[in-house]
Design a protein around this ligand. Structure first.
Ligand SMILES: Cc1cc2nc3c(=O)[nH]c(=O)nc-3n(C[C@H](O)[C@H](O)[C@H](O)COP(=O)(O)O)c2cc1C
Length: 158
């Protein structure tokens, strides 16, 4: 019998992660972003990382349209940004401080790190699509990470 989806979500929620906002744009140049914790480093040579995007997300089609995305790793004081980008609809960038990066996607001010990617490959992942990005540019700042564990936001306790 397949595992119940709520139980699967509960079990997966025991894997502590950081929190990112993935940004990109659509064919009209409109900026898009969504909160995501399905992010991983994949390869150093070539430099690759992956994200997994829900096929029902409003931003879904834009990853293959623009063929670029930027992973903004959120800092511990950016929980409100995480909540904002986890709700579909409207212009999520209103009132948000950002700049446009070299790949054309927004970089959020105050992020712990950002990783600018060019789309390298896309794979079917059930109700999600897994996008591999080739890292073009990346930068870190000195701050603490925002964490997500068992359905709640956390901070490193040191
Ligand atoms: C902590 C957290 C992690 C999330 N991780 C992902 C993820 O990895 N992939 C995804 O597609 N949605 C993820 N979501 C849900 C999206 O942020 C949410 O569906 C969002 O509204 C999608 O935005 P859009 O419809 O404007 O594209 C996550 C939400 C939260 C709060």
């Amino acid at each position: 019998m397949p595992i119940d989806r709520n139980e699967l979500r509960r079990v997966m929620g025991h894997f502590a992660t950081g929190v990112t906002v993935i940004t990109t744009m659509n064919k009209d140049g409109q900026m898009l972003g969504l909160t995501a914790n399905a992010f991983s480093s994949v390869s150093l040579d070539p430099p690759l990382c992956l994200i997994s995007v829900d096929k029902k997300a409003e931003s879904y089609g834009s990853f293959e349209e623009s063929r670029v995305f930027t992973v903004n790793i959120l800092a511990s004081d950016q929980e409100a940004l995480s909540r904002k980008f986890a709700v579909s609809g409207g212009n999520k960038f209103e009132g948000v401080a950002y700049r446009i990066g070299a790949n054309g996607a927004p970089i959020l001010n105050g992020a712990l790190a950002y990783i600018e990617c060019k789309l390298y490959a896309a794979y079917d992942g059930g109700d999600h699509t897994i996008y591999l990005g080739e890292v073009q540019q990346a930068e870190i700042t000195e701050s603490k990470p925002l964490l997500f564990f068992r359905g709640g936001y956390r901070e490193i306790g040191d």
